[in-house]
Design a binder for this molecule. Structure first.
Ligand code: CTP
Length: 419
């Protein structure tokens, strides 16, 4: 059986140059077993002909709201009910604005208003239209209402400019659709992604604590686990805010990333974002200490008083605990911590669960050949009255399993009034 057997996907196309990629998307979904129907806006028909899509999908293409013949075949309400998932690619700035304002002035916007089916958008537009506050506000409104946005990607645009606004590639969109149906949690209820309308705040990577303008203290964290969790949270429908230390990883498409350097900056940024979050996951390897004073100039070997016996002492001060401060300041947040331990794994992790006021803690053994800077990991998930062991596996797969467990506990805890 193919990944999309028995799945009914309605592709919406609005009028942008990226519409040519949508033919490829239809082909890819059909190849994976889906039944595909297409609804186009009038402007979309200027970029790609309905006949092309009809030939590819084997189904008539719908575009008119007030077409008696089309309504008699499959009316707009029927089409809205028919689909297991709606993917609008490309979603233009205009369509996004119309959806955010609840318009029903053509077939595609009417379907979106008349459905409980999860709606995914692949925005595509000029980079300035994308970064315009109006478009950003509209996207925020839609994602708070349960729409899932994918991309846009950065790169050279059809208009010749370079920036964020390119539609994701057809194969990437097809993979995203497959991943939606892949997860067991989605199969329980595909009417709505479980984290639709929720915001997940994640810290990731190491921090850098400056000694002087050219030197710093850091650690071996690669950020891979945090980034994989960000991608998994997004696939579950969440809006994801990623506060990241310096790493060389690409942010997953659609995830909003804030780069910081020091633990103090990570603390400030995370506290500022926590008020709008529903789940907080602290994966960052935050430096526990930072130099009490940062030298304004590069420390020289012959600095007065520093090299009398070829030694240099650095006075370190304790950094604020981001996880603990966030979970105590925002007790309604579902807070998840990580405990990287070299010994007494469970005992130390349970101590942190309590001390840091957490709903859940993910314990992992670190040390030689374990944990940091690797592609695999093995974890124990602990909560007040339970535990789940996840065996050594690729961090991306692990992140999906972990995020699924967090989601299940978050949904269960939403009915409780306090921790
Ligand atoms: N953490 C944090 N801010 C800090 C230190 C840690 O948010 N200043 C978070 C980490 O992101 C992780 C959890 O706290 O989710 C546990 O971090 P860890 O370093 O294992 O624990 P510590 O509290 O620093 O305890 P210790 O170093 O004594 O083991």
């Amino acid at each position: 059986m193919s990944a999309l057997t028995n799945k009914r996907i309605l592709i919406g196309i609005s009028g942008g140059i990226a519409a040519y990629k949508t033919a490829e998307l239809a082909r890819a979904l059909i190849k994976h077993g889906a039944e595909v129907r297409v609804c186009m806006t009038k402007a979309a028909t200027e970029f790609i002909t309905p006949l092309t899509l009809q030939a590819l999908t084997g189904n008539p293409v719908s575009s008119e709201l007030l077409d008696p013949a089309a309504e008699a075949a499959m009316g707009h309400i029927e089409l809205a009910r028919w689909a297991d998932l709606i993917m609008i690619a490309p979603a233009t700035a205009d369509l996004i604005a119309r959806l955010a304002n609840g318009h029903a002035d053509d077939l595609l916007s009417t379907i979106c208003l008349a459905t409980e089916t999860p709606i995914h958008l692949a925005p595509a537009m000029n980079r300035l239209m994308w970064s315009n506050a109006a478009t950003q506000d509209n996207c925020k409104t839609l994602s708070q209402r349960g729409y899932t946005l994918h991309g846009p990607a950065e790169g050279e645009q059809a208009c010749g400019e370079i920036g964020a606004g390119r539609m994701l590639e057809a194969q990437d969109l097809a993979d995203l659709v497959i991943s939606v149906f892949d997860k067991s949690i989605f199969n329980q209820s595909i009417a709505k992604l479980p984290l639709s309308g929720k915001t997940v705040l994640i810290t990731a990577g190491p921090t850098r604590e400056a000694i002087d303008p050219v030197r710093y203290i850091t650690n071996r964290s690669s950020g891979k686990m945090g980034y994989a969790i960000a991608a998994a949270a997004q696939a579950l429908g969440a809006t994801v805010q990623l506060v990241s230390g310096p790493v060389s990883l690409e942010a997953p498409d659609g995830v909003e990333r804030s780069f910081i350097e020091s633990a103090a900056q990570m603390h400030d940024k995370t506290m500022a974002l926590a008020n709008d979050a529903d789940i907080f996951i602290a994966t960052a390897a935050v430096a526990d200490y930072s130099p009490a004073q940062v030298a304004e100039q590069k420390i020289k070997k012959d600095s007065k008083g520093q090299n009398s016996n070829q030694e240099l002492s650095l006075k370190l001060q304790t950094n604020k605990d981001i996880l603990s401060d966030v979970s105590h300041a925002f007790p309604r947040l579902f807070s998840v911590g990580f405990a990287a331990e070299t010994e007494n794994l469970i005992e130390n992790a349970l101590g942190k669960l309590k001390r840091k006021n957490l709903n859940m803690i993910v314990a992992n053994q670190v040390g030689e050949n374990k944990g940091f800077d690797r592609d695999t990991n093995q974890i124990e998930i602990l909560w007040q009255d339970g535990q789940l062991s996840l065996p050594e596996q690729d961090k991306k797969t692990l992140a999906i399993e972990l995020m699924t467990t967090i989601t299940e506990h978050f949904i269960a805890s939403s009915t409780l009034t306090s921790k």
